[in-house]
Design a protein around this ligand. Structure first.
Ligand SMILES: [Cu+2]
Length: 349
């Protein structure tokens, strides 16, 4: 009896001390969802993941009033990204909004389509630094990967599409699990989530863009930024080719000018969007881990797109609110900073 009382008093004292010190122990989750690198999955796991994505592409949309153009649950994610594109890129909240977006996509795969693990991430530095030609990278495998490049197509005359150097494709993905008979991109190229336009997934590889942008040296440069504002800005970089750009490098290296992945509004129409962004979120967490707990509280950067000089408005704070439309409730940024907390609970392995 005495021992019991003594230990409960001790436990109470310890948990009070932990709270005073701001220790995460009381709220840290015990069994985080593991997000593995694509290559670390077995062939069976890879196939199961791809099947889960196809499944989300077949599940009927639930939020027609909010995203009228969406046919499937997969489309709804694309639709929310379209609707919010101008609020979530080249702003302070970019990495945090995309963290939240991936969490909900992962939840949908797990709860609605039987996926058991976390979203696999794709460490493209491994491929970009290898001598293997891009078309042969394992992630684009037709058997247990995301399928490959579209056949080459000239840009249409008077095209206003972003001219991506070294583009080699542009047509429909011809192989793998996301060919038009198995999977359709529901929205785009319009920037209106009310316009349904089921079409084949298109890719337009640029090996040149990938090689230039997705090297470990750039990863390290982003990681070395001294505060969140600098980190966020370097992560997105300017949409031009004067600095290396790991966010844009993945989008334009795969989507080029004519592929879905290269369209800043519609890019989540390519299932590979989520592996690219999981890798960027891993980089965000790596950056946070360099100085925990300080970096769980460090946010800055503009509220408005490209407003790095705050000419239009101010900077974000921890109380700044973001939402996922019908796919997730409004959250303050401070609720999304620590991936170890109970209601987030995933880890990169
Ligand atoms: Cu985005």
């Amino acid at each position: 009896m005495f021992a019991f009382r003594f230990s409960s008093v001790l436990l109470l004292a310890l948990s009070l001390a932990a709270e005073v010190l701001g220790s995460p122990t009381t709220s840290t989750c015990r069994n985080p969802i593991k997000r593995k690198e694509w290559r670390a999955l077995s062939r069976g796991e890879k196939k199961n993941y791809l099947k889960a994505v196809q499944c989300l592409g077949r599940k009927p949309a639930k939020f027609n009033a909010d995203i009228p153009g969406a046919t499937s649950r997969f489309d709804e994610f694309q639709g929310v990204h379209i609707q919010q594109t101008e609020r979530i890129h080249f702003v302070g909240a970019f990495a945090i909004w995309h963290r939240y977006y991936l969490m909900e996509f992962e939840r949908a795969l797990r709860t609605e389509c039987g996926w058991k693990a976390g979203i696999p991430y794709w460490d493209w530095t491994i491929d970009a630094e290898s001598d293997i030609p891009m078309e042969e990278w394992s992630i684009f495998n037709s058997d247990d990967g995301f399928g490959g490049n579209g056949p080459y197509m000239d840009l249409p005359a008077n095209s206003t599409l972003f001219p991506v150097p070294g583009r080699t494709g542009g047509g429909c993905v011809p192989d793998g699990p996301f060919t038009a008979d198995k999977f359709l991109v529901g929205l785009g190229p319009s920037h209106n989530a009310s316009i349904a336009n089921p079409h084949c997934l298109k890719r337009d590889f640029s090996p040149e863009v990938v090689k230039y942008n997705l090297q470990k040296a750039t990863w390290n440069e982003v990681l070395e930024q001294s505060n969140f504002g600098r980190f966020a800005k370097r992560l997105e970089a300017e949409p031009n080719w004067t600095t290396t750009n790991i966010h844009g490098g993945g989008h334009f290296g795969i989507g080029g000018s004519m592929g879905d992945m290269g369209d800043s509004y519609n890019s989540p129409g390519d299932p590979l969007f989520y592996q690219h962004h999981a890798n960027l979120d891993r980089l965000f967490w790596d950056w946070q881990k360099i100085s925990l707990p300080a970096r769980l509280k460090d946010v800055s950067g503009p509220i408005y797109m490209f407003d790095y000089a705050n000419a239009v408005g101010g900077n974000i704070t921890l109380d700044f609110e973001i939402n996922l439309g019908p796919l997730g409730k409004t959250k303050k940024l401070k609720e999304l900073m620590d991936i170890r907390q109970k209601d987030i609970c995933y880890t990169y392995v």
